[in-house]
Design a protein around this ligand. Structure first.
Ligand code: MN
Length: 254
């Protein structure tokens, strides 16, 4: 049985990771090492200035760590799992990780860390119905977990290209139309910063809360979701813009 490491950024007790680890147990030996509390939008943060503690939280192979998703992957792979895992799956995140938003994502960062360690890694997110602020129904999560299993099986069988993780987004739909391989889309930034005053009249700011908008674009993650497909984006860790590299070499005489 393949050794599968499950983690997330919503915290070890989130319903998404419970559904994911239960589903993954049908194809592998599952270890869960995840943050002890929500760590959404911490991106690839690493804890360097305080000690980390891993706590076994049940009889199964489930551990909580008082750190970030990246901390969980490092501690899990090096100190908790019996050997290097065959696969890391991060999720199921409560909300999509589309387009530029992946740069904030703790869910994706766990898969980035796995990729840096040379382990095939997948980030899985469930895109919210845009009017729905409530929690997901169990059936929705189960359906998403089944999609994750299907993609995990293929990844275990075929492997991934070097330095590449899969960013998977699943539509919140009963009728998933299929799976599309996509590219990262672009977010249209709105000013979703709420400005308020505290009881003493001091100004404060609250980021987010707006509805994310996306540039239309063929083959993007957002377009696939909009059409009712699962989006699978291969993401690589080399952030170099190669056409800009050529351009700068040729035109900047410095
Ligand atoms: Mn999250």
């Amino acid at each position: 049985m393949p050794l599968i490491f499950v983690t997330n950024d919503d915290g070890v007790r989130s319903r998404g990771i419970i559904a994911l680890s239960q589903a993954m147990a049908s194809i592998g030996d599952v270890y869960v090492v995840a943050p002890d509390r929500e760590q959404s939008a911490v991106a690839h943060a690493l804890t360097l200035h305080r000690p980390l503690k891993a706590e076994k939280i049940n009889k199964k192979k489930t551990f909580s760590v008082n750190g970030t998703p990246t901390d969980c992957v490092i501690v899990g792979v090096n100190k908790i799992l019996p050997q290097k895992p065959d696969l890391i799956v991060s999720g199921i995140n409560n909300g999509g990780n589309l387009g530029d938003d992946i740069t904030y994502s703790g869910t994706v960062a766990a898969a980035i860390e796995g990729t840096l360690l040379g382990i095939p890694s997948i980030a899985v997110s469930l895109v919210k119905g845009f009017q729905d602020n409530g929690a997901y129904k169990y059936s929705t999560l189960k359906r998403a977990a089944e999609v994750a299993v299907r993609i995990a099986k293929t990844t275990l069988r075929k492997g991934l290209p070097p330095d590449t993780l899969l960013n998977v987004n699943i539509p919140d739909s009963k009728n998933i139309k299929g799976i599309e391989i996509t590219r990262q889309g672009k977010r249209v930034y709105d000013n979703s910063i709420h400005e308020m005053s505290d009881p003493r009249g001091r100004r404060h700011y609250w980021i987010g809360g707006g509805t994310p908008l996306w540039e239309a674009g063929e083959d993007t993650d957002f377009e696939a979701i909009q059409k009712g497909f699962v989006s699978v984006t291969p993401v690589h860790l080399d952030l170099t813009n190669y056409s800009a590299l050529r351009y700068l070499k040729n035109t900047w005489k410095i």
